[in-house]
Design a protein around this ligand. Structure first.
Ligand code: ADP
Length: 345
């Protein structure tokens, strides 16, 4: 095959491909390879073109044995390193390299490992405390009823914390599972918000705040999953109570439908406002990450698992809606949920 024909064939392939000739120099490369190795590769010695020992060793092995090999190659041209799985194969005296981008798969693997490490850490802390108290209760505090009652109280608190964490983990996995399934129920938002606030009465009274429901509009129906929307607004109002209690007032507003530029359709806005401590700007974008908390100690103290907003985000995605968190330190936080009510343009 002429060099031109080889060039045309590999240019038509959907993957970055490079061909090394018997003289060990690059014989052909398609344009997708340019973004990995830079331009003007033809005629260059493959060692100069590739420069990474793992792949050079794989090429040497394949040309010696004619057996295919696989090597890892890290592309350093973009703003972020890209990881490729490179297949090295003998092709009638030439060596053919095919690059497959593995970055997304590696990132997903890393996220999974981080998630498991986080869950283990979150469970280990209360478990260590429980084991410590069990030991104390079966030894030193065995005959001391006052200490026993106090320790049992702490043990119940730690066990509740683990239960909340396991509940949230299960909820997260369920929500992730049906994220692609469109919700079909017709939900009356004013009735739903009233029942959420009613359900939170014990927390509201304990925190000494007032929660006001401001129905700027009513009779608004959306297509949604009522159970999941209850979860969203319970979480948001609970956060406003937990982190905004110092401001004493929490408002839940149901605002009339309006065109939402981001969603490119009409949407209803539900806005939960507190007058608490607020959140520093640099934290805001990360709040929906699993286990991300502004203040670990404070979140644990008020019974947080660090998963609430991650669950909220998934549910809103399922509803093709949008979550907007606005906050100013010292002034309070406004969390808005936009739910689409019109056809997407
Ligand atoms: P948690 O279970 O810790 O409450 P969330 O995912 O619900 O987890 O929230 C993540 C973090 O966001 C919280 O730990 C808290 O630091 C911050 N946060 C959430 N809502 C508010 C709010 N209304 N005011 C201040 N900080 C908030």
């Amino acid at each position: 095959m002429t060099a031109e024909r080889i060039g045309a064939v590999i240019d038509a392939l959907p993957l970055p491909v490079l061909l090394i000739g018997p003289d060990e120099r690059v014989r052909a490369a398609n344009s997708m390879v340019d973004s990995i190795l830079g331009p003007e590769l033809i005629g260059k010695h493959h060692i100069t073109a590739l420069r990474q020992p793992a792949i050079i060793a794989a090429i040497a092995e394949t040309s010696r044995t004619q057996d295919p090999r696989v090597a890892r190659y890290t592309g350093r041209h973009g703003p972020k390193d890209t990881v490729y799985r490179v297949s090295v194969a003998a092709a009638e005296g030439d060596i053919l390299l095919t690059f497959e981008d593995q970055t997304a798969a590696e990132e997903a693997g890393q996220m999974r490992r981080d998630f498991v490490a986080n869950v283990s850490h979150e469970l280990r802390t209360p478990l260590t405390a429980l084991l410590g108290f069990i030991e104390t209760l079966s030894g030193a505090a065995k005959e001391d009823p006052v200490a026993r009652d106090r320790f049992l109280g702490i043990m119940a608190h730690e066990a509740n914390r683990m239960t909340r964490l396991v509940d949230d983990l299960m909820s997260l996995s369920r929500v992730e599972e049906d994220e692609r399934v469109r919700p079909r129920e017709h939900v009356d938002l004013s009735a739903l918000l009233s029942s959420v606030i009613k359900g939170l009465e014990p927390q509201v009274n304990a925190a000494g705040v007032t929660v006001t429901l401001d129905l700027v509009t009513s009779d608004e129906m959306v297509q949604g999953d009522a159970g999941q929307l209850v979860q969203v607004f319970t979480n948001l109002v609970e956060n406003a109570i937990k982190y905004g209690a110092s401001g004493e007032e929490v408002t839940v507003q149901l605002l009339p439908r309006a065109m939402n530029q981001r969603l490119r359709c009409d949407a209803i806005q539900i806005k939960v406002t507190d007058k608490g401590d607020g959140i520093a700007e640099h934290h805001i974008a990360r709040l929906t990450e699993r286990f991300y908390r502004v203040d670990n100690h404070r979140s644990r103290e008020v019974g947080g698992t660090g998963l609430g907003l991650a669950i909220v985000k998934h549910i809103i995605n399922r509803h093709r809606g949008r979550l907007l968190i606005e906050s100013e330190e010292g002034r309070g936080t406004q969390v808005s949920v936009f739910l689409p009510v019109g056809p997407v343009a």
